[in-house]
Design a protein around this ligand. Structure first.
Ligand code: ADP
Ligand code: MG
Length: 273
């Protein structure tokens, strides 16, 4: 029984959000500026629980900034972002909004996994150590249990035979799969991917996309910034095309790709297809 003391922790927190809306992410009129440079000019975006949202757009359109706002790496200037019903960065108490304390921010961030273009593994730690580190450090799990779970996650991303290897001994694709396992170790309810394959040699892209497909099949809610149109078409539930800090169009990936409604979308797709 969920929530019952002593009940085993769910394998993943992916699933229906608590507020009954079916939405895992709801961004409304998100604005973000860096000084006088307005980067996000009112982003509206919704991702249903269990869905994969692929975010496309030219370089500089604000994709990374948007992901970073969801994960507290940037603070928005206006609008709101909710994840699983909860406002990012604010507590609603007595009908008023209060800015979150550091501890609350940390708790919210832990529920959101993020995978970057660069893998950022700890070079002096083994593959297993990299995945075990966060849950143990945060005191969420006993070391033995965390090690066992980390080994299972590494098995799942196809690295069951690399537990004792160091990042420097692995290919880029293998390192990125470790980074995914490391994010999953925190049992996130949402995973954000920021161009996870664009730093990889072409022959290594497929193995990382396969792991992401497996996650999607398992029901993980994901926002994926990618130029991999094949992935968007095959795995994406929605495709959102951003340009100049706004959402230009969004819809079923197959439809948007086959029949883009806006000239800017057409021009972009013509370049990446
Ligand atoms: P994308 O990921 O779509 O390529 P980004 O979100 O990285 O776009 O960047 C959008 C714009 O915001 C770019 O013009 C970039 O130079 C600018 N930008 C991003 N981060 C910062 C920052 N920390 N300070 C100033 N400008 C930034
Ligand atoms: Mg980017």
């Amino acid at each position: 029984i969920p929530g019952q003391p002593g009940a085993p922790a769910a394998e993943s927190r992916a699933g229906a959000p608590a507020d009954g809306s079916g939405l895992m992410v709801r961004a409304e009129q998100v604005h973000k500026s860096f000084g006088s440079l307005e980067v996000l000019k009112g982003i509206d975006l919704e991702v249903r629980a269990g869905e994969v949202c692929c975010l496309l757009g030219p370089s500089g359109s604000g994709k990374s900034t948007f992901l970073r706002c969801i994960n507290h790496l940037e603070k928005i200037n206006a609008g709101s972002i909710r994840v699983d019903g909860d406002l990012i960065g604010y507590r609603e108490r007595g009908g008023r909004l209060h800015e979150m304390r550091e501890k609350e921010v940390a708790a919210q961030r832990r529920a959101i996994g993020m995978v970057f273009q660069r893998f950022n593994l700890f070079p002096h730690m083994t593959v297993l150590g990299n995945v075990v580190e966060a849950p143990v450090l945060l005191g969420r799990e006993k070391k033995a249990a965390a090690r066992e779970r980390a080994a299972q996650l590494l098995e799942r991303v196809g690295l069951g035979d690399k537990l004792g290897a160091y990042p420097g001994q692995l290919s880029g694709g293998q390192q990125q799969r470790v980074a995914i396992a490391r994010a999953l170790a925190m049992r996130p309810k949402l995973m954000l991917f920021d161009e996870p394959t664009s730093a990889l040699d072409p022959e290594l892209v497929g193995e990382v996309l396969d792991v992401m497909k497996d996650l999607a099949r398992d029901g993980m809610t994901m926002i994926v910034v990618t130029h991999e149109i094949g992935f968007a078409r095959e795995v994406g539930d929605t495709l959102v095309f951003m340009d100049g800090g706004v959402v230009v169009e969004a819809g079923d990936p197959r439809e948007v790709i086959a029949n883009p409604q806006h000239e800017r979308t057409r021009a972009f797709l013509a370049k990446v297809l």
